[in-house]
Design a protein around this ligand. Structure first.
Ligand code: ZN
Length: 380
């Protein structure tokens, strides 16, 4: 079994719905815990599980119908079923010495709740929509790569984003979804974001470059504005404030384009290739070249690697890191000759065998066929 977690794409109404259910879940947990604390355990014998079941029965038959609690009837009953189950679980863990005595959940705690399909497992279709039992259909930020069979769904919020996670049986993950079984080498570059040894290329989107130019222009045009200085007690002019607001918007726009591009690229690669070889980047070495370092951090190579790493779980593929000293750019893929390759050289012209190849493709081919001794798995 392993868990798949995907981001939901919610509108305001749906966000409210999720928040309400999370509130419901917290309410039930605290309600059950409170009653457990009030119970005279000398008078009522039996384990916590049995007692919580009784509390649940009373809640269903009586408490739920009381004035002031009508709102609970508008929400999914699977929430309180699961919330009571989680309270039971907390008590079991405490009895076994595996956890602390259950604590009340606070409003500021992470919002989450669990629902399940009461009639057994359900089939989730591949694609950008997900049907969550008792809650309905929701859009996803990224599509599900294949069909899954599952029963329990946990919805949670992190940094104002909502996620749904569910467990699937590991053996049911189709490995067949990878088009390419042989290792593919991926060379990351400033000119072309990613070049694969099978010839595919991933170029950073044009709007990104446009936005970057716009940003540069904005900063240059506003170079003489009174931008304010807190230490010297200089207040920013109104025009400077406007400039800041515009700048922040452009920055957010760029970040969004990049995020979108990286997600699409890593998903496509994880889906297509069973084994991916990428260079183990050396930060320290790159800092020496400031211009390159800025370009690289801008392009999001680290984010790219992080995403490839965690997506291994989703797509059942493997990502291997190639030793950073392996001369993938300097080696001729055809004959193995090693020669200097300044960054400005876009074509590899082998001095030994005369082979010419695109610089990035040559590097990618070398990364694909690197000896296993130079590889280590990328931990998700
Ligand atoms: Zn050669």
């Amino acid at each position: 079994m392993y868990a798949i977690k995907v981001e939901l794409k919610l509108n305001n109404k749906e966000r409210t719905k999720m928040a309400q259910h999370a509130g419901f879940s917290r309410f039930i947990y605290n309600h059950g815990l409170f009653l457990m604390q009030q119970l005279d355990h000398k008078e009522y014998k039996g384990g916590s599980g049995k007692k919580i079941n009784e509390i649940k029965k009373i809640f269903t038959r009586f408490t739920k119908k009381q004035p002031g609690l009508e709102w609970t009837n508008k929400l999914s009953s699977r929430v309180y079923q699961n919330s009571f189950a989680s309270l039971k679980n907390a008590f079991t863990r405490w009895h076994k010495g595996l956890g602390k005595y259950p604590q009340f959940k606070r409003q500021k705690d992470k919002r989450s709740f669990t629902v399940d399909a009461s009639n057994g497992k359900v089939l989730l279709e591949a694609g950008k929509k997900i049907k969550i039992p008792t809650l309905g259909f929701f859009r996803l930020k990224e599509s599900l790569p294949c069909r899954y069979v599952t029963q329990t769904f946990t919805i949670s919020e992190t940094a104002e984003k909502w996620f749904v996670s569910f467990c699937v049986d590991a053996e049911k993950i189709p490995s067949l979804m990878h088009e390419a079984a042989a290792p593919v080498g991926v060379d990351l570059g400033v000119k072309c974001f990613a070049t694969c040894s099978d010839g595919s290329k991933y170029v950073a989107p044009q709007p990104y470059k446009k936005a970057k130019t716009k940003l540069g222009k904005q900063q240059w045009r506003n170079r003489n504005k009174v931008l304010g200085n807190r230490k010297q007690g200089i207040k920013a002019s109104n025009n400077a404030k406007k400039h800041y607001a515009k700048l922040a918007k452009t920055h957010a726009h760029i970040a969004n384009i990049r995020k979108d591009f990286l997600h699409k690229t890593t998903t496509e690669m994880s889906r297509k290739y069973a084994v991916i070889h990428i260079e183990d980047l050396n930060v320290a070495g790159m800092i020496a070249n400031h211009k390159l370092a800025s370009a690289i951090s801008d392009l999001g190579f680290y984010e790219f690697r992080r995403q490839l790493g965690y997506k291994q779980k989703h797509y059942g593929n493997r990502v291997m890191l190639v030793d950073r000293w392996y001369p993938s750019s300097k080696t001729c893929h055809n004959c193995g000759n090693v020669q200097p390759m300044p960054l400005s050289e876009r074509t590899y012209e082998c001095g030994e065998c005369g082979q010419t190849a695109d610089r990035d493709l040559n590097a990618a081919l070398n990364l694909a066929s690197v000896p296993t001794s130079k590889l280590k798995p990328l931990e998700p």
